[in-house]
Design a protein around this ligand. Structure first.
Ligand SMILES: [Zn+2]
Length: 250
């Protein structure tokens, strides 16, 4: 049961007919694994905390660098050189002290990754490297955990949801095989600040929808945003035949 503070804090969501009290309760009961607390992970963590997701698990092995502040808005000048997970946890606690936060200051792999993915209701991929993305994808498929994937670089961003609970859903490996290597880092290529906010906010929205069971997720779709023209495009993303991860159709 929500208390009076919670009913007031989340009233603008609870008043949405398709979301309602049950949607809010689902968020409060949920645990979300956020892998990467940088440009994408910042808005994801902040919006999920503000929206009332009860437990956030933050994963990042890095420390805050002065050059991160241009886009990684969960961090601030007074947390430069601190671990990103602790810097983010402090910001989130200021925003919503009800949220339980678990900080993991390492790169997830092996058994630790499997355990973390298995105990999450939704996994949000905010990482910037191919190894992590691929390993997360495999772990999500093994545990049938929905994966909200985002990427942003230069003036461009992309978004998709992979849902192993749906037989027809492609996976990240299907995307990677068809679209190519997306392992370009902002550090090497540059990125305009708000583009990570656009994509990260979309990831947070899709996560909330999955948790509350409202709306339709872009499963089987790749959504691409061109910030220079302000145009979203949506492409069909078929399941790859004989995909080694999601076991594509014949
Ligand atoms: Zn696949």
């Amino acid at each position: 049961m929500m208390n009076d503070d919670q009913l007031l804090r989340y009233s603008r969501q609870i008043m949405l007919p398709e979301f309602d009290y049950d949607g809010q309760q689902a968020l409060l009961d949920a645990s979300v694994l956020i892998v990467g607390v940088g440009g994408l992970g910042s808005p994801v963590a902040m919006y999920l905390a503000a929206a009332g997701v009860g437990h956030l698990v933050l994963v990042d092995d890095d420390v805050v660098d002065f050059s991160n502040l241009q886009r990684q808005i969960v961090h601030a000048e007074d947390t430069v050189d601190q671990a990103k997970v602790h810097s983010a946890a402090a910001s989130i606690t200021r925003l919503n002290s009800d949220i339980e936060i678990t900080c993991i200051q390492q790169r997830l792999s092996g058994e630790v990754m499997s355990q973390q993915v298995a105990s999450a209701d939704v996994v949000v991929d905010c990482s910037d490297n191919q190894n992590t993305r691929s390993a997360l994808n495999e772990a999500c498929w093994q545990t049938k955990t929905p994966l909200v994937s985002g990427a942003a670089i230069r003036f461009e961003g992309q978004l998709s949801v992979f849902d192993a609970r749906q037989e027809a859903s492609p996976c990240y490996a299907c995307l990677h095989h068809q679209v190519g290597n997306l392992d370009a880092t902002c550090a090497a290529n540059g990125v305009i600040s708000p583009i990570v906010g656009v994509i990260g906010a979309m990831q947070a929205l899709e996560t909330v929808k999955l948790l509350a069971g409202v709306g339709d997720s872009p499963v089987g779709k790749l959504m691409m945003f061109d910030g220079l023209t302000a145009v979203w495009r949506s492409f069909g993303l078929p399941k790859l035949a004989h995909c080694q991860v999601c076991g594509g159709i014949e």
